[in-house]
Ligand binder design. Structure first.
Ligand code: ATP
Ligand code: MG
Length: 424
């Protein structure tokens, strides 16, 4: 048979990584819950138009990154490349967004046909939050504080910096777009093919280009902040004022436009300062007040962010310490009544004590072999039930921390394990 392997850019997580990843999920869930966010679980598959309507035709995701296919009834479906569109779709479908304040969070795999490399995967994982019904800059501030708190928990505040910008409203963007097109047309010879195409479809996205040869050109481009209307300007500078008062460090980055079309007003991105880290965007978000209306709902203010869990994990993986589990190994010989007894004991301990119980589960009892495994897995206790001890109504207990052996009555084992925790 041909060697089989996972799909390019989609990775397995073996248990050692899986348990750290689980810990990361718990920490993130816990912190957003403390801010009043509630989990919304969304399907991995949506009708393709959910994304094409939301994200915008001339974006990386829609142009080249979606995993789309026809299902058996000929409908085009897409594996979700991000969470916001599905969340808004669900909110409109259940009529829960209009005239109310909602704070949602979600996390899980997203799928993008990107070029795989470190920090860039085809199955990536995002932890996202979305807020509906709040139009002022205070909620932008809360989102930023929330993310900063996540960095604080992992002790990486100094490794990540905050960039913010505003995209104004539609009128502002259209005025700015004209100026930008003029500027890039004057410098057409420097633009790569991708940017020349963007110049026609979506010139703001040239500012998002990662081509190092036009870095200078982009930095000297007109800045949207000079074209803001009074309302957008007030929103943006109020946010800056609040950030200043709270002593949050940030950079105003006029080239920050985000890769998705649905943003307006505030946008922000948290970038790793590590210069060796090419995929340095760890978290990105902003306001998207036009999206609910654009997807067929009643106009509703909205804001959110998506945190790249894979990129965060790469930064913190060595510092994550999943809680240590208390483990007991139960070893048994293979007579029917002994297996029946040991299975009952195992469940009694699982149900009454703070211990995980591993029954050795093999037909043959090689005590030395199984003891080695128990040591390797940091078990605290090994209990051995064989024919001799069973006939006497006893079970042999080995406490691995001090290498002591003792026999106890089988009926005493749950008590023993509970007390063992107490004396530790
Ligand atoms: P990039 O500019 O790196 O392509 P993006 O603008 O496409 O990022 P968003 O759509 O804003 O990314 O997604 C939010 C976050 O998800 C990013 O900041 C990043 O941390 C993470 N992310 C995006 N694409 C990938 C990917 N292919 N692999 C791993 N993480 C990703
Ligand atoms: Mg991208």
């Amino acid at each position: 048979m041909k060697h089989i392997h996972s799909v390019r850019g989609m990775h397995d997580m073996l248990p050692d990584v899986g348990k750290c990843w689980f810990e990361l999920e718990c920490i993130l869930r816990n912190i957003v819950t403390k801010y009043g966010y509630q989990e919304i679980k969304l399907p991995l598959l949506e009708y393709t138009e959910v994304f094409t309507n939301a994200i915008g035709e001339s974006t990386d995701i829609i142009e080249k990154e979606m995993y789309s296919f026809l299902d058996r009834s000929g409908k085009s479906l897409t594996l979700r490349p991000e969470g916001t569109a599905g969340c808004v779709r669900a909110g409109i479908e259940y009529g829960i967004l209009h005239n109310s304040i909602k704070r949602f969070f979600y996390y899980g795999p997203m799928f993008r046909h990107d070029r795989p490399q470190k920090g860039r995967y085809r199955q990536l994982h995002q932890f996202g939050v979305e807020v509906f019904g709040l139009s002022g800059p205070i909620i932008d501030l809360e989102l930023i504080l929330l993310v900063r708190n996540i960095w604080k928990i992992f002790n990486i505040e100094d490794k990540i910096e905050l960039h913010i910008n505003t995209l104004g409203n539609k009128v502002v963007r259209s005025k700015f777009r004209e100026k930008l097109v003029q500027y890039f047309e004057d410098n057409l010879r420097f633009l790569d093919i991708d940017c020349q195409r963007r110049l026609k479809n979506n010139p703001l996205r040239i500012l998002d280009s990662k081509n190092p040869n036009i870095k200078n050109l982009i930095e000297n481009a007109p800045s949207i902040i000079d074209y803001l209307d009074a309302k957008s300007e007030k929103h943006f500078f109020r946010l800056c004022e609040l950030l200043n008062k709270l002593d949050i460090k940030y950079k105003i980055n006029p080239t920050l436009v985000r890769g998705l079309d649905y943003y307006n007003l505030t946008v922000f991105e948290w970038l790793s300062k590590d210069i060796n880290n090419v995929q340095n965007a760890v978290c990105a978000g902003g306001r998207y007040g036009e999206l609910v209306g654009r997807m067929g709902g009643k106009s509703t203010p909205a804001a959110g962010f998506a945190l790249g869990m894979d990129r965060l994990f790469n930064i913190i993986k060595d510092t994550i310490n999943p809680p240590i589990r208390n483990i007991i190994y139960l070893l048994h010989s293979s007579e029917t009544e002994i297996i029946v007894k040991i299975m009952k004991i195992a469940d009694d301990i699982r149900n009454c004590c703070k211990y995980d119980v591993i029954v050795h589960g093999d037909e043959f009892l090689n005590i030395n072999n199984h003891l080695k495994k128990a040591y390797k897995n940091n078990a605290k206790i090994v209990a051995i039930l064989d024919e001799d001890t069973f006939i006497q109504g006893r079970i042999l207990i080995k406490c691995l921390s001090n290498n002591s052996d003792q026999y106890i009555n089988i009926t005493e084992i749950v008590n023993f394990v509970n007390n063992y925790i107490d004396v530790e």
